[in-house]
Write a new protein. Structure first.
Length: 197
């Protein structure tokens, strides 16, 4: 009996395996920073959508309930929610929504221009502070869905991830919202890609 060895069926040589591992390592080395940056930007954008949706929900609830609804932002714990009141108007709780992992209420460092005319740039959340509490801010929305502020007031919420990616949300005195992306030196409107109003 003769044994026939098929030379076309064999494994990888050590050299071939080393080359494949080196190529995979190079691709991973170049791709990883871009993936990390994309994930950071995705999380900040998701937080921006969450805040926009939460404000819209507060405005809608204020109109449908025909009473003032309060949005509360807790910057120390990176969460925001709508204050729940009982029939007598006493607070019974807050339905908080946490920001995505790695995202917090923060502004870019250094001197930062305002995303739009009149937007404050001194705090990460420009809503009025909750009485007697630090790092908690509240904004009421009246029965018409407008923020309970003076005419012409612009409020801002700034979000960031690992001091690399930043976004902002501005809301004017009639409830109009705009979202912004930090380009490193200026704010760009997320819809138009341009600066300013």
């Amino acid at each position: 009996m003769s044994t026939c060895i098929n030379k076309s069926v064999r494994g990888f040589t050590l050299m071939e395996a080393t080359v494949v591992v080196a190529i995979v390592g190079l691709v991973a080395a170049f791709a990883t920073p871009k993936i990390v940056s994309a994930m950071r930007e995705y999380r900040v954008n998701m937080a921006l959508r969450q805040m926009t949706d939460l404000i819209q929900r507060a405005k809608t609830q204020a109109v449908s309930d025909n009473r003032t609804i309060t949005l509360r932002v807790d910057t120390a714990n990176n969460k925001a929610g709508i204050v729940t009141l009982n029939a007598a108007g006493a607070e019974v709780g807050v339905q908080y929504i946490p920001l995505p992992q790695g995202v917090r209420f923060v502004m870019p460092s250094g001197t930062v221009p305002a995303p739009t005319t009149g937007a404050p740039t001194t705090l990460s959340v420009s809503f009025p502070a909750k009485s007697g509490v630090t790092n908690v801010y509240e904004q009421g929305f009246n029965s018409r869905g407008f923020p309970a502020v003076s005419a012409g007031t612009v409020n801002a919420i700034y979000l960031g991830s690992y001091n690399k990616t930043y976004a902002a949300l501005t809301i004017n005195s009639v409830g109009g919202m705009r979202t912004w992306k930090w380009s490193g030196s200026q704010w760009l409107n997320t819809r138009t890609g341009r600066t300013g109003d």
